[in-house]
Write a protein that binds this ligand. Structure first.
Ligand SMILES: Nc1ncnc2c1ncn2[C@@H]1O[C@H](COP(=O)(O)OP(=O)(O)OP(=O)(O)O)[C@@H](O)[C@H]1O
Ligand SMILES: [Mg+2]
Length: 262
């Protein structure tokens, strides 16, 4: 596999087939909430799941779950702890979290080699789990690219907003330039209806087909649901607070093929 000259990403070991990366390009489209709920769904199905907060400088996973982790990625970066030592098991949800540290400039501005080392440690750890989910930050910058593992599935979350579609397209373009065989799948979030979500998917794939000669499949459509902000406000996982709401049902459906492939 070639290295990415833009990010200076070195070759990585052939592990990490069970990694699910959650990206979007545009911020605020629901990546973190989706990553938490997908991790929870997989854990409820009996899988051993780790959720890595890859939004390094603006960590949100612990906030959305109302956690106060004693250890986070900050101490991995400073060399005080290993990645394994920073895993926080979340009893309520049945999955574990590797928390970032919000407002940590040192995490947000890590040099490429440190980012690559972090990603490689994560890939090594992936052997101890059934699924490792990586909640990426917004943007398509070098941090996001360097933390996008070359193996596994990349779920790109989009909404019907033109800025979301454009930024998702940019993420896909950059990813397949580096890894033409990347397993990229689309998640349409905040859909007013399933039919509307399908239209959003078709708009994005039309651009991918025309300009990239690449057609990412649809992983699933998640409906807009007022229970989502309610859970976030209460810092409680959706499957704990509203396990049968529309958005939870949509994520359970989306998770089925992921459960079958492993
Ligand atoms: N299906 C949905 N229905 C209703 N609201 C939603 C849905 N998905 C996400 N939201 C809302 O979108 C907002 C952003 O969610 P979240 O923080 O998970 O996004 P993000 O993509 O991780 O953002 P960032 O790029 O800043 O990390 C939240 O306030 C949440 O309530
Ligand atoms: Mg987020």
């Amino acid at each position: 596999m070639a290295s990415n000259p833009a990010t200076n990403v070195a070759q990585i070991p052939a592990t990490g087939r069970n990694v699910i990366t959650i990206a979007s390009g545009k911020g605020g489209v629901g990546k973190t909430w989706f990553a938490i709920t997908l991790a929870h769904t997989l854990a409820r199905a009996g899988r051993k799941v780790l959720l890595f907060d890859g939004d390094l400088g603006l960590a949100n996973v612990d906030i959305q779950l109302g956690l106060l982790p004693e250890r986070d990625l900050g101490s991995v970066i400073t060399g005080k702890r290993t990645l394994e030592q920073c895993v926080t098991p979340v009893e309520e949800t049945g999955f574990s979290v590797l928390a970032g540290r919000s407002g940590s400039g040192s995490l947000a501005l890590l040099p490429p080699q440190r980012l690559t080392a972090l990603r490689d440690q994560l890939l090594e750890m992936s052997g101890s789990y059934d699924h490792v989910l990586v909640d990426l930050g917004a943007g398509v910058d070098r941090t996001v690219q360097a933390l996008t593992p070359s193996m596994g599935v990349a779920l790109v979350v989009v909404t019907d907003e033109p800025t979301s579609l454009t930024d998702a397209y940019a993420f896909i373009k950059l990813t397949i330039a580096d890894r033409p065989k990347a397993d990229i799948r689309i998640v349409v979030n905040l859909a007013d209806s399933t039919a509307h979500g399908r239209k959003t998917y078709e708009t994005l794939t039309k651009a991918c087909r025309s300009f990239l000669k690449f057609e990412p499949p649809l992983a699933g459509i998640i409906r807009r649901d007022s229970k989502v902000p309610d859970c976030i406000r209460h810092q409680t996982a959706m499957l704990t607070r509203h396990p049968n709401c529309d958005a939870a049902v949509d994520i359970e459906k989306l998770a089925r093929p992921l459960l079958e492939s492993r």
